[in-house]
Design a protein around this ligand. Structure first.
Ligand code: ADP
Length: 160
């Protein structure tokens, strides 16, 4: 069975992330979306909130589950008996960092491969940070995130 892990901060999940999940779910037998617990970035949402948003959107996929992880990604991938790490590539700016990560992981875990999906052109400019910035200035984030996520972003920023 081909099992993949799609790791990320998902702070919050955007339509770009969702597109990668949807496409990967078609290619792989099973997909674990892995929400990073301790990111070096300070997240807007707690890990529980980030997971809940992903779960809400991917609940309809029979072969996708959402989990949280901490520590070395390859350890998590091995614990899931997965052989593939999925990452999305938007622009050349992603490339250098992603290549470094993929090569490092390959040295540490030669049995695990990193699979890159190029972004859907519609979402090539899109990041969680852009969504947060637009929301902060009361802009309309509906082109970038699903309505449930837009609600949560709005509510979160009101709390702050
Ligand atoms: P990380 O903190 O690991 O970069 P992100 O949540 O920002 O976590 O991104 C997770 C993965 O999703 C990364 O591989 C990133 O390149 C990819 N990604 C983010 N936004 C998009 C998008 N709009 N289109 C395609 N892939 C994306």
């Amino acid at each position: 069975m081909a099992v993949a892990v799609y790791p990320g901060s998902f702070d919050p999940i955007t339509r770009g992330h969702y597109d990668i999940i949807e496409r990967t779910a078609k290619i792989m037998d099973h997909l674990v979306v892995a929400v990073l617990r301790n990111s070096s970035k300070t997240p807007l949402f707690t890990v529980e909130e980030r997971m809940a948003m992903v779960e809400e959107l991917v609940g309809g996929f029979p072969n996708v589950v959402v989990e949280t992880f901490d520590g070395l990604l390859i350890d998590f991938v091995r614990s899931k008996e997965a052989s593939v790490i999925v990452r999305g590539l938007r622009a050349v700016t992603d490339f250098e960092y992603e290549l470094q990560m993929a090569q490092t992981n390959r040295v540490m875990a030669p049995e695990i491969d990193t699979l890159f999906l190029t972004t859907n052109l519609k979402y090539s400019y899109l990041s969680s940070n852009i969504v947060k910035e637009i929301a902060l200035y009361d802009g309309d984030v509906s082109p970038f995130v699903h309505p449930q996520v837009a609600e949560r972003v709005k509510a979160k920023l009101l709390q702050k």
